[in-house]
Structures are given as structure tokens and as C-alpha cells.
Design a binder for this molecule. Sequence first.
Ligand SMILES: [Zn+2]
Length: 357
Amino acid sequence: MLNAQTTQQVHRRHHVKKDGRDLFLYSHAPHTLAPTNDLDPVAKPEPHMRWHALRREWVAYATNRQNRTYKPPPEYCPLCPVKPGAYPGEIPFETFDVAVFENRFPSFHLDAATAPALPIETKPGVGRCEVVIYSPDHVGSLATIAQDRRELLIHAWADRLTDLLGRPEIDFVLPFENRGEAVGATLHHPHGQIYALGFRPPIIETQAASFRDDPVLDRLRDQIGDRYDIVTGSTMAAFVPPFARFPFEIWVSPFAHHAGPWSLSSAEVSDLAAVLGEVVATYDALFDQPMPYFMHLMAAPKGEEETFQFHFQFLPLQRSADKLKYLAAMEQGTGVFLADVAPEEMVDRLRDARPNR
Ligand SMILES: [Zn+2]
């Protein structure tokens, strides 16, 4: 039933939460447990956007997010499974494998209908925000969850991308992960998010335009071969881009053309799952601590499927064991990144750190 190929069957259960939000449970065996304690409804969100005339981009406002859950103690984690009679949570079942639900405090909403009347251009924040839970276990990461759970996660991403991009209001969908307090993660349970937007952000339009001109990632592979690889799989590689902006930046790119994970073969799903695990294991071994990073799953915006090359970008913030990279005046003001480790040195150090080489 899901588009990407798999050797094991993937089941999706759709459950409507007490407040009407969608919850999807992905598993290899059918999920048939009875629901337990769900969360109570909160006020309906009314996100809106304002046009930034100088940067020519939208700024999103969602004031309801000020009240969202912030670093709760583990026993009140809203992403953990909920035993019968226990404190309610987002996934009201005793257990699950991979779960995706609509964010309770979204920055965008498909029903957003109003925006304040101001002297500047405004519009409703139409879109959708979802949360992706990698595991029922409170502690873990892409490196520590099992291979078949990472494969399920890839199927979940593919399924959500296909569904969201199929909606007329949506132009672009970004699955991502903010990992660690250093990048602003407020919940520790292993999870990522998905933002579906009704417009195309400038950085994404620039990427799409680059791919329309040239198959940039194929060209790069022709230029550098495996010289910058951290992991070379049979169908894809993880490598440091030779123009890395962030310390120890890694991209994961399939050798064959894919606009998104929805068209991957079962061999590619398996390879991608293994490579993602290796990348995060290598990061965590580098400074012997969990590496804080931003991870982006870059899939084609609507209509760009012919040319856009699906890939992942990992953007870490730790530049040494005790120093964080800050986006300072030059980066913030001009977009010009100042790096103090050469990509070639990043490659050597990451290869040395890789646990399973
Ligand atoms: Zn938890």
C-alpha cells in the first residue's frame, strides 16, 4: 500500500485523536491495540504570515506556540507510549513502532483562514505541521534504533510526503530533525518533524532552480568520486560536500535519480536506513557525545520531480568537543559562512571516528 518498495510488508493505521488531529501508526505487523489516555483539546490555532519586504520572504507567526510543552520531565514525556490509566500523551497506545501525528501547537494549519489586517501584506498560515516519532523508547537516536525501524521511518516519510504533496494547498514538504538542546529541541524523545507549506521558501526555490539547470549532485559525484565519502553504500553515499558550510556537514545522496523517498527500491530503502544510522553513529563517536544537528530531507517541491535530486543534509553545530558553531553576524547578515575546519580535514576526522569502518 505504500509507494516505496519493501521486502517486509508495511502497515499504516489511521487513528483520529480526541481533539480531531490525525495520528498514523506505521508497523510491520498490523497495530490493533485499543486506545488509552489521549490529551485534551487546546485552543484552535490561527497562524498567519507577514511579508518581509527586504528579504522577500514570509515570516510565520503562531502565538499559540508560546504555551507548548517545554523540556518536560521524562515521566511526563508527551511522545512516550501511554499505559492504560497513565498520564495522557500524544500517542494513546501501550506501544507502537513509528508514529506520525499533527502538531498540537502548529506554525501552519490547513484550516488557517484569517490574518490580521495590517499596513503590510499578511496572509493565513496555510500548511501543516506533523511530528514523527522514531521509537516508543524515550532514549535513542537514528543511530541506536534498529535497522528495520529506520526502514519503517523511511516508509513513513515517503507516505507523508506523498499524501501532503497530493493536497492542492501544499507546494513543498520538509521532513527535518532538530537534535539536541543546542539546536533548540525541547523534547528529548527521538523524533523529527514535517512542515508542509503552501508556498516555496527562497532557499528551496534556489535549490530547485539549480537542479533545473544542472543535475548538481550527479555532477559533483563525477567531480569528486568517493574522495569525500564517509560511507559508501551500494546505492548511495554519505559524504562531506567540499563546500561544507557547517562543521562536519554530511549529505546523503542516492546514485540513481529520485525526486523523493517514495520511489526508492527495497535495496535503496535498506541502504538508506543503514547509511543514516552510520552517519549519526559517526557523529556521536566524533566527540564521544551526542552531536547536535539539523537534518533536512530534501525532496522535490511540487512540479520539480523531473530534475530535483532527493537527498539528506546533516548540519551539525559542534565544531569541537566543547565548542559550538554560532551563526554570527556574517552568517546572519549576509549568508556568507565562515568555517574554521577545511572539508578535507572533516573527512579525515569523520572517517577516523566511524565506529563500524
Ligand atoms: Zn518519551
